[in-house]
Ligand binder design. Sequence first.
Ligand code: SF4
Ligand code: SF4
Length: 223
Amino acid sequence: MTTERNSCIRCGECCVQSTPSLQREDIPLVLEGHIRKKDLFTVRRGETLWDNVREEVRPAPDEIIKVRDRDGRCIFYDDTQKACRIYEHRPAQCAALECWDSSKFMAVYAGPKASREDFIQDRVLLGLIREHDKRCAYERLASLVQEIKPRGEAAIEQIVEILKFDYHLRPFVCEKMAIHPDETDFLFGRSLIDTISPFGLQVIRQPDGSFFLTTLEKSASKG
Ligand code: SF4
Ligand code: SF4
């Protein structure tokens, strides 16, 4: 975003076009409760994302913690007041953003990013997150998708197992650890059912609770 301005007129354009990711200096904002875990979601390594800075679609090179959006607009943007609802406690990327000059933003953006481990002390929960990351890694999914052609049903079954693990772990953790369901996109990233389309696959939920894995062109398997 670049314009002819040389100061902020608080038009809100930057808040309705994207949301910030959290840098390490933003960790206190979450620990002090100004931003809640359910206001965030995790982009796990390898997840396909639109990179605002490079202006391209690419796999995330590392884990990113992002503020949620609603139809692309930051959830903290108040349309009526045309203002940020957490202005005094907004993330560092927001504070550095000057749409007429990207240098301050890029200096912040180049710094170290926050990760889930900065916000979670519970060792059991951290263990589950690591296990989920291992079993449901996007790199693993990408390699299994490549194996569909040579290995057929065996590779598809492994993909279905990954999807099922990702799907069932979320309510299990909420129930056993008294975690609000809205926090699961932060804890485990967005559901693989919702993020699998860049791999050329889609999942259709069946009325009996099972899900049907298909390629975007034709049927693949039921799980
Ligand atoms: S920094 Fe954001 S709010 Fe300020 S003028 Fe630029 S687009 Fe508008
Ligand atoms: S946190 Fe506030 S300043 Fe940052 S994008 Fe959201 S509404 Fe805008």
